[in-house]
Design a protein around this ligand. Structure first.
Ligand SMILES: *Cc1c(COP(=O)(O)O)cnc(C)c1O
Length: 360
């Protein structure tokens, strides 16, 4: 039986051509391809500065270290996100303050945000979930009033804009991931975006052994090695060329699913923030019959994914919990993600939707 996987990167001979150039030029570690990729990403996102990181998690870690924040202070994050949002900030020396999300958009609930800010809060870390941006106007308005730094977890938001600005360039610093299940991929990889020269300068030192350039052995700052390889950047350059095609194909598939499942039983779709564009990360919906639907789809060869498990219920984060987050809990119980990658055909979508309809 054919099995349709939940994620499948769009990689082919085009990536191989770019990788071959690295081999021909005898250059594998960070070099010309990475330089080129950074320039392309800057053009695409219109970010003043961009710098690569080994993956989204470490990108967030470096971004958190680069804002000049006092360690031991609190950073507000939404409960409905991937674990790395929380773990990166704990490893960077901060304390997560976990708040609930909006039931319609799944993004940080900005009506709770202001009340959650206390004297030792230093930053807010919104997450742009499932392909659209958090309510950045409100988050920025509240954060600026209280002098808080805004760090965007834009891991899932390549290609997504908010009021015309690319995700990750709206707050002080932001991170986009290029892991295999993201919109475009380098296998592992990420980019850190900022419009602040200060933050950019700190990142440069932290990621390259505490010095401005390689080849010198005077290290002005404490730093480590968060560089990537040109082999990864070669793949990234090819993927960036494919991005417009990937985005339009995902939108077509998302709408196809939606058309088929409109008004079916209690199925409800997440909504995007009005001021955000949308680059579907998965097709995602909630239903009280999620468990049985998931079972049928798996039996028919369609791999599904549940929603995230809330941060305030994670075994190692319990000690940080101060608020209940009922919305995050509820959507995580009822939510299901379906594949939307370039290997999904129109017939797959029809099949998947007819299996789902049988449950109502
Ligand atoms: C994938 C993801 C990350 C981590 O990125 P990696 O590149 O896998 O380390 C962080 N936050 C969110 C919301 C993600 O989806």
């Amino acid at each position: 039986m054919r099995r349709l996987s939940q994620v499948q990167p769009n990689i082919d001979i085009a990536e191989l051509d770019f990788i071959s150039e690295c081999i021909e030029q005898n250059w594998l570690s960070e070099g010309p391809k990475t330089k080129q990729l950074v320039e392309r990403i800057k053009d695409y996102t219109r970010s003043e500065y961009a710098i690569m990181a080994p993956n989204g998690t470490l990108g967030l870690y470096v971004a958190l270290l680069s804002c000049g924040l006092e360690k031991g202070k609190k950073i507000i994050i939404p409960s409905f996100t991937f674990y790395a949002t929380a773990s990166a900030l704990i490893f960077a020396g901060f304390i997560p303050k976990i708040i609930d999300v909006n039931p319609l958009t799944y993004e940080m609930d900005t009506s709770i945000l202001e009340g959650a800010i206390c004297e030792d809060t230093v930053a807010v870390m919104p997450v742009h979930i499932y392909g659209h941006c958090a309510n950045m106007s409100e988050i920025l308005r509240i954060s600026r009033k209280r002098n808080l730094v805004v760090i965007e977890d834009a891991a899932q938001a390549m290609g997504v804009t908010y009021k015309g600005k690319h995700a990750g360039t709206i707050g002080d610093v932001g991170v986009i991931s290029f892991f295999s299940d993201k919109t475009i991929t380098m296998g592992e990889g990420a980019v850190i975006l900022t419009n602040s020269e200060d933050i950019f300068s700190r990142i440069k030192y932290i990621r390259n052994q505490g010095r401005e350039n390689s080849g010198t052995f005077v290290h002005e700052e404490l730093g480590m090695n968060f560089r990537i390889t040109d082999l990864q950047s070669a793949v990234g350059l090819s993927q960036l060329k494919k991005l417009p095609g990937i985005i339009s194909s995902r939108l077509i598939k998302y709408n196809e699913y939606k058309k088929n499942l409109q008004n079916v039983g209690d199925i409800s779709f997440g909504l995007k923030e009005p001021d955000s564009s949308f680059v579907p990360f998965r097709f995602y919906f909630t239903s009280l019959r999620k468990d049985e639907i998931q079972k049928s789809l798996e039996l028919s060869g369609y791999e599904t994914r549940s929603y995230f498990h809330p941060m305030h219920l994670q075994p190692k984060l319990l000690e940080y919990v101060t608020y209940s987050c009922p919305v995050s809990e509820e959507i995580s119980l009822r939510g299901l993600c379906l594949p939307i990658h370039d290997g999904v055909t129109k017939k797959d979508i029809k099949d998947i939707c007819s299996i789902i309809k049988r449950h109502f």
